[in-house]
Design a protein around this ligand. Structure first.
Ligand code: ADP
Length: 493
């Protein structure tokens, strides 16, 4: 039998574990390259060298001599560092301290950095320059989100920057359409976007420059992180103003579900837990619940249902709904803990709610990976009433940890959680439809009723823990997409 072709994929993203993380993008880009490599392909992953990256990897060797990137009126010198985390995966870290040696990735809780367009244009320019300096000719360049959406545009519209890479096939994965990288028209000059593209058919968006739109127009293929979301984003309700562009490009839009990285999220081996457990030997989960109740200062024992949420505190995640439902939730006798950071408005709101309901509702403001693991293991139910959800990872982690998700029927949540049917014993969680308090409480009440029926709960938990969201299946779908891009050649515009 003929051996299937092996590809070289150059991937670029603004965050990836273990180098830097603010959200799900880092989990995905942290896991996908190793999976692709395991299936026989070679990945060159580009990420910025942030302050938090340097704290974790202070002594990385250089991949190449420093590169001088010409910008209008001056050159910018970047260093390229190298890390080899797994066979077949080379990580190339772009170091330019003025741009990336900062306390946050994109901005503080009070606002984004003013020069984000320039920072990520610099990053994309460095990716192209480095590939050329190393003599690399990847089969596909795979960009993620607005920060790297300039890559498909440069490959088509800036042959001077792309050099021999011009025409290389590109894939842009959209992890969240709500973040588009929209900047004043003055960004044209320092992002190197040709002025001729500044019109509504091009990268202009109501008088501004929209970097994600540029990527959507010039990538050879577009993917997003779940099948449902890939359809939703072509409608005005979920398209965030770009549904027209996505409808025009519908033929090349794909939905590939994210996976769960078993090296990070596995209750049998998780080092952050006081006790490990599995579907066959679940006793450790009770110890995790005790530890979680204690960590949050919540009252009660194993018989009291414990709900949880871990999230960026952002409108998308349904926190207005949770806040409105809080008195009704507390009245049901459940316990609820939230771990989150983000919008100051929500930080203050939930801190006040927790103060009003001590011992029953608890909030931890901050980013805490170890606590996130304990929550996934120790809670009985995971509440995720998102307004929209491209894929969502925590509901998948919850399933794996036997923590029953209660989710809204939207985006990737539809693709990953099946509503429980006690009569047939099928389903993995509870799915409600309407974005209102009645909808949310309906889902919660369904869960509480099942929690009181021991056999149903055991069935539900077994179903949840058996759900398979392995990365391998997702990686194979990406490879199919790379294969079609590589074999059809890049689309010429
Ligand atoms: P999004 O990418 O929209 O933030 P996802 O559900 O796709 O949402 O991914 C969120 C990821 O970030 C998960 O790995 C989750 O555990 C993690 N996370 C979010 N907020 C926190 C927090 N405050 N502390 C620890 N981990 C967090």
């Amino acid at each position: 039998m003929k051996k299937p072709a092996s590809f070289t994929i150059a991937m670029a993203a603004a965050e990836a574990l273990p180098y830097a993380k603010s959200g799900g993008l880092a989990d995905v880009v942290g896991a996908l390259p190793a999976q692709l490599a395991r299936l026989g392909h070679r990945v060159l992953l580009f990420v910025p060298y942030y302050r938090e990256t340097r704290a974790r990897f202070p002594h990385l060797p250089r991949a190449h001599q420093p590169l001088d990137l010409p910008f209008p009126g001056h050159d910018v010198r970047v260093e390229i560092l190298r890390h080899e985390p797994a066979p077949g995966v080379s990580v190339l870290l772009v170091r330019e301290d003025a741009a990336f040696d900062r306390p946050y990735l994109y901005g503080s809780p009070d606002g984004d950095y003013w020069d984000n367009a320039g920072r990520y244009a610099l990053f994309c320019r460095a990716v192209l320059a480095c590939l050329q300096a190393l003599g690399e000719h990847p089969d596909v360049i795979h960009a993620h989100d607005w920060q790297t959406a300039l890559l498909p545009l440069y490959l088509r519209q800036r042959p001077d920057l792309a050099g021999p890479l011009a025409g290389t096939a590109s894939l842009l994965t959209v992890h969240n359409l709500a973040y588009q990288g929209v900047f004043p028209a003055s960004a044209l000059a320092y992002t190197g976007i040709p002025a001729t593209l500044f019109n509504p058919q091009g990268i202009e968006y109501y008088g501004k420059v929209n970097l994600l739109k540029g990527g959507l127009l010039y990538a050879d293929a577009i993917s997003t992180v779940s099948p449902h979301y890939s359809e939703e984003i072509r409608t005005p309700a979920f398209g965030e103003g770009l549904d027209g562009v996505l409808r025009e490009r519908a033929a090349v839009v794909h939905g590939i579900l994210n996976g769960v990285d078993p090296d990070q999220w596995n209750p049998e081996t998780d080092p952050f837990l006081p006790a490990n457990y599995s579907a066959a030997a679940p006793a450790g989960k009770i110890r995790c619940k005790e530890a979680l109740l204690q960590a949050f200062g919540l009252e009660g024992g194993p018989a009291v249902p414990l709900f949880a949420t871990i999230s960026r505190l952002a409108d998308q995640k349904g926190f207005d709904l949770i806040a409105a439902a809080m008195p009704a939730l507390a009245a049901r006798g459940l316990r609820y803990c939230i771990l989150g950071s983000g919008d100051r408005h929500y930080q203050d709101l939930f801190t006040a709610l927790a103060r009003a309901l001590p011992g029953r509702i608890a909030v931890r403001i901050g980013y805490d990976n170890a606590l996130a693991h304990l929550i996934e293991a120790g809670a009985d139910c995971y509440l995720m009433p998102s307004r929209f959800e491209p894929c969502g990872l925590n509901q998948m982690y919850s399933l794996r940890y036997g923590t029953i998700p209660i989710v809204r029927a939207v985006g990737g949540l539809i693709d990953t959680v099946e509503h429980f049917d006690p009569a047939r014993g099928t389903g993995t969680g509870f799915v409600f439809r309407d974005y209102d308090v009645t909808g949310l409480l309906w889902g919660v009440d369904q869960a509480l009723a099942a929690f009181d029926r021991r056999q149903d709960w055991a069935r539900l938990r077994a179903n949840a823990m058996a759900a398979d969201f392995s990365w391998e299946a997702s990686a194979r779908r990406y490879i199919e997409l790379y294969r079609s891009l590589a074999s059809h050649g890049a689309r010429r515009v």
